[in-house]
Design a protein around this ligand. Structure first.
Ligand SMILES: NC(=O)c1ccc[n+]([C@@H]2O[C@H](COP(=O)([O-])OP(=O)(O)OC[C@H]3O[C@@H](n4cnc5c(N)ncnc54)[C@H](OP(=O)(O)O)[C@@H]3O)[C@@H](O)[C@H]2O)c1
Length: 266
């Protein structure tokens, strides 16, 4: 399909953590392509920053995703804006976190923001046509399971906590793909790029890092109309083989359900 034809199919996309970095870049790209974009920021000041950076957006919702209440509040605002065609779960905190910060719900902040929040938003936002979850190549190097999601029983390791959270993001995307056949649910790694999280020395291509999520959210290309797949730079890539284990996927959903007390709709 030509890019001209694609422009005509206007879609409504909500992007979490889009005050800066890849979330904002994906929003900019989608707005340039003529799509309707709603951004998200952790507070009013960051929402004002986001709107200054991208005045063309429809709205910017506000809420701190480190708490269950904050994630609920974000979902309520999103539902108040009407149904979306796609949601990009992009908000995240990084692999250099030196200590385990305890959230108000007694969880590690990395798990709360990177995993539990996307679970809660997935469960509470009216089902869109497409869901996209930002993972990382680092998810491949972890032997994670779901037995200590809150990092209470292990000594803190910021790099492992991040890799584990990104492993869980792939599990989440694949679990949803299995459970919700009417929704296209995929995950991706953007490459290690020099955003605030990636740091100035990151070697991968910044100009590619936001494109796959925007494409998966909106494109009519056959390659983007798939579900339960993992991508890098608009091509499928093999994820950690343990992410395709349905028992592990179900265990993560059950754990998130228990921790948040929010059920995933059938
Ligand atoms: N950059 C890379 O090399 C790389 C590699 C692999 C995967 N990724 C993934 O790509 C995604 C985006 O990363 P990025 O590099 O763009 O990071 P970034 O520049 O640090 O941006 C992260 C975004 O998430 C938001 N956020 C963080 N904590 C939040 C909270 N508690 N509540 C609400 N919003 C929150 C930030 O808001 P504030 O601006 O207010 O903090 C910001 O908008 C992440 O999921 C990351 O894991 C990045």
């Amino acid at each position: 399909m030509s890019s001209e034809a694609e422009k005509k199919r206007v879609r409504r996309v909500f992007i979490t953590g889009s005050s800066t970095g890849l979330g904002l870049m994906a929003g900019q790209l989608l707005a340039e392509q003529g799509h309707r974009v709603v951004l998200h920021a952790r507070n009013d000041a960051r929402a004002a920053d986001a709107r200054r950076a991208l005045p063309a957006v429809e709205a910017a919702v506000v809420g701190d995703l480190s708490s269950i209440a904050g994630a609920r509040h974000v979902a309520e605002q999103v539902n108040g804006l009407g149904r979306f065609d796609a949601v990009i779960h992009n908000a995240g905190v990084g692999y250099r976190e030196r200590e385990r910060l305890e959230t108000e719900d007694g969880l590690s902040h990395v798990f709360a923001i990177n995993v539990l929040a996307p679970y809660i938003l997935t469960a509470l936002i009216e089902k869109p046509d497409r869901l996209v979850y930002l993972s990382s190549g680092m998810h491949r190097g972890t032997n994670a399971d779901v037995s200590d999601l809150a990092w209470r029983r292990r000594r803190w390791n910021g790099s492992e906590a991040y890799a584990e959270s990104k492993f869980h993001d792939v599990l989440l995307a694949f679990a949803i793909a299995r459970r919700w056949p009417s929704v296209l649910s995929n995950s991706l790694e953007p490459g290690w790029v020099p955003t605030r999280m990636g740091g100035p020395g990151a070697p991968d291509d910044m100009d590619q890092a936001h494109r796959t999520q925007a494409w998966l959210a909106t494109s009519d290309d056959l390659g983007a109309r798939v579900t339960g797949r993992y991508f890098y730079h608009m091509r499928e890539r093999t994820p950690n083989p343990r992410t395709i284990d349905p028992n592990l996927q179900d265990a993560l959903i059950a754990a998130c359900q228990k921790l948040s007390r929010i059920a995933l709709p059938a």
